[in-house]
Design a protein around this ligand. Structure first.
Ligand code: 6CS
Length: 365
């Protein structure tokens, strides 16, 4: 990030604070709040000064990330009895995904979503979630594997090195290719300008199919498709609907090659310096959200597919097992590129996740 964009990000947050007139929730304020809470013991009539946790999303209102944040807000505000107020910033309010990550890292905001498709530029290990045919075809298994302590612990260090605490790994639905045509084989991808998220490892998956990947921020995809700067893009159905991508595309191809995975993060020092009760509320809430958001994403993806079908005549193609197999084989070489970028830790992550998926599919988990 340039100094200018960092400065602009901080300025926007500062302005937002002035506009809404809320209290800051940085460490100093957290300490002040704690002091107020302890002095409250001798003066029970005094109300603790509420603190604000700012939570930034990479998606717009009505999205899966928004549903997560709204439920998070509801639970935290209820459990804290108004001591904590959650302020949600939907996509567009503060910046691109990469800028949100930087705002969490420097403590300007406390919480954010950070999708591996962008975050792998900073944390190569999370690039595993951008690769194809690594997870199970059974998404219930993916949810169990990704929410396990074993997997989350593998990412503890890489996130900590970037001054972040990983709070959750959230599957948001199957990735679906949209394009100016159906994409049934690597031959269809030849020279195809496929928009990807911004991390380089993600582009490797499409280079492996012969495509011409074009990384760009989420906010530029619709106009890129409309102006034919790109031929297609890839996202879960709920996003294809709410971002109106289907309006400017001819076909949707379901290859079930990968889940869209997001991670929920906080500033590391902020998390570690939270008063014990607040950290416990946060941990309990993120735990309770695993099943909640899993059901929500399934509902959103199902409902929005119906909406797309009702509102357009876009061609919907589901790949056969044989067609998927060709892509699976073509994708295998990307694993070596991932391990080269993510090193020994990446190898361990890849081995652990593929082993856990295999065991779960065999009914042994
Ligand atoms: O394609 C993207 O860039 C975005 N897609 C989704 C569904 N969420 C956030 C991410 O940045």
């Amino acid at each position: 990030m340039t100094i200018l964009t960092r400065w602009l990000g901080s300025l926007i947050v500062a302005l937002s604070l002035v506009l809404v007139g809320c209290s800051d929730s940085g460490e100093e304020e957290q300490a002040a709040s704690t002091t107020t809470q302890s002095s409250q013991e001798s003066a029970p009539e005094a109300m603790a000064e509420p603190v604000t946790w700012r939570f930034a999303l990479e998606e717009i209102e009505g999205s899966v990330q928004d549903a997560y944040a709204q439920e998070f807000k509801r639970q935290i505000e209820e459990i804290s009895d108004g001591q904590i107020s959650i302020e949600i910033y939907p996509y567009g309010a503060l910046g691109t995904s990469s800028q949100l990550t930087e705002l969490v890292q420097d403590g300007s905001i406390q919480l954010a979503f950070a999708s591996p498709g962008h975050l792998a530029s900073v944390i190569p290990e999370v690039g595993i979630f951008t690769m194809h045919f690594v997870l199970s075809d059974d998404n219930d298994i993916n949810k169990e594997v990704l929410s396990s302590d074993r997997v989350q612990n593998l990412f503890e260090e890489p996130y900590a090195e970037q001054n972040m605490k990983l709070l959750g790994i959230v599957p948001e639905g199957w990735m679906v290719w949209t394009g100016s045509k159906a994409l049934r084989s690597p031959a269809d991808f030849k020279e195809f300008k496929m928009r990807t998220m911004t991390s380089p490892i993600l582009t490797e998956s499409y280079k492996a199919y012969g495509a011409n990947p074009s990384p760009m921020p989420y906010s530029e995809v619709y106009s890129g498709l409309q102006l034919k700067q790109i031929d297609g893009q890839v996202n879960p159905i709920f996003a294809i609907e709410e971002m109106s991508f289907y309006e400017v595309q001819e076909a949707m191809t379901f290859a079930n090659h990968a889940q869209f995975i997001a991670t929920v993060v906080s500033n590391k020092e902020w998390y570690e310096n939270l008063p014990d009760d607040q950290r416990q509320w946060l941990d309990d809430t993120r735990e309770s959200l695993v099943d909640y958001i899993y059901e929500k994403q399934a509902q959103f993806n199902q409902e929005r597919l119906e909406k797309i079908k009702a509102n357009s005549d876009i061609e919907v193609v589901e790949l056969t097992d044989e067609e998927r197999e060709v892509f699976r084989e073509a994708s295998m070489g990307v694993r070596d590129i991932y391990v080269k970028a993510a090193g020994e830790r990446g190898q361990e992550i890849l081995d652990t996740i593929t082993e856990m998926v295999k065991e779960a599919e065999a009914g042994q988990m």
